[in-house]
Design a protein around this ligand. Structure first.
Ligand SMILES: NC(=O)c1ccc[n+]([C@@H]2O[C@H](COP(=O)([O-])OP(=O)(O)OC[C@H]3O[C@@H](n4cnc5c(N)ncnc54)[C@H](OP(=O)(O)O)[C@@H]3O)[C@@H](O)[C@H]2O)c1
Length: 291
């Protein structure tokens, strides 16, 4: 099995490392590059994995090189990776380069790495830290569908995986990248509202969080059923699932209908649409592409 080098042992690098170990990868097939000594010690103690500060050595002996440093550190890291890349007889790098750095284009990597390098860009999200993330993958010019499948298998260790064209990654960032913060804000508002309605903060928090988790579980189960075309699946495809479930739990003239009417009056849909649009624009502004 090809060795995997994770460059950057921050929260996302650690999430990927932990997920790969959980999904059965061997410690001997993994190496982490981390420049902060205290953090490096912590990772090697926790996971019994090789942690080094030598990018060239780690990347030079790996089949997959996963770049998980901050976007502003990518240029320096890629220069070091390029110097160590392993080339086949045709002069093309044999490795697959994977980037989780927000906003750094595959073209940026391709212009810095040896010609023809296979690059896959990944946009995971924070729930990857607990193995429940969703990662969008986009192929660079030279990565093959087979290489994309191999990279998808790596990210399945930290959640589910979708493939999108690279041009859609700013929209992905605005929906699933920033999405956890939208949900945390929603929970915060629901807890505060529950307290205002007379619940203790502790009870309101348990109710709000479990309601979000349970509702997500219902949606996932329904989406799975619809995808499999199982008995009882609602017609109309998965894009209408949330609306259908909402209709199912809203009885005529009931409490939920009264609550939903206030959310609509308060402009929830418009606020969400504006949030996603604004986050997408910000992601486009922050992007790093070749000169
Ligand atoms: N966290 C998320 O939820 C999330 C979601 C999607 C995408 N991402 C992307 O994932 C990447 C990493 O995010 P993060 O939250 O894990 O950031 P982070 O906590 O800052 O981790 C980056 C780590 O890489 C280390 N590093 C920097 N330059 C290095 C070098 N030359 N050699 C070795 N190690 C180096 C940093 O050390 P120092 O601290 O000493 O610089 C730090 O420990 C970012 O590009 C981000 O856009 C993160």
């Amino acid at each position: 099995m090809a060795r995997i080098a994770i460059i950057g042992g921050g929260s996302m690098g650690e999430a990927i490392l932990a997920g790969l170990l959980r999904s059965g990868r061997q410690v001997k097939d993994l190496v982490v590059v981390e420049k902060a000594p205290a953090r490096a010690r912590q990772l090697s103690t926790t996971y019994a994995v090789q942690v080094t500060s030598d990018i060239a050595d780690a990347a030079g002996h790996a089949g997959y090189v996963v770049v998980a440093v901050k976007p502003t550190d990518v240029a320096q890291v890629v220069t070091e990776i390029a110097a160590a890349s392993v080339k086949g007889d045709d002069g093309i790098a044999e490795q697959v380069f994977v980037s989780v750095a927000a906003g750094v284009s595959t073209a940026f990597y391709e212009s810095s790495l040896p010609a023809g390098a296979a690059v896959v860009r990944a946009m995971p999200n924070a729930p990857a830290l607990v193995g429940a993330g969703v990662t969008a993958l986009a192929r660079g010019r030279f990565a093959t569908p087979e290489q994309l499948r191999e990279v998808a298998a790596l990210f399945e260790a930290v959640g589910s995986v979708e493939e999108v064209p690279e041009a859609q990654l700013d929209a992905v960032t605005a929906v699933s990248g920033s999405g956890p913060a939208y949900f945390f804000l929603m929970v915060e508002a629901l807890v505060d509202a529950g307290v205002a309605a007379g619940l203790t903060r502790s009870v309101a928090t348990d109710l709000a969080v479990q309601t979000m988790a349970g509702s997500a579980a219902m949606l996932l189960e329904r989406m799975d059923r619809d995808r499999r075309g199982a008995d009882g699946a609602l017609p109309g495809g998965i894009d209408t699932t949330a609306a259908q479930l909402r209709a199912t739990v809203t009885s005529p003239g009931g409490t939920t209908a009264a609550g939903l009417r206030e959310l609509e009056k308060g402009g929830l849909r418009a606020a969400v649409a504006a949030a996603v649009e604004s986050a997408k624009t910000r992601s486009e502004q922050l992007g790093i592409t070749p000169e």
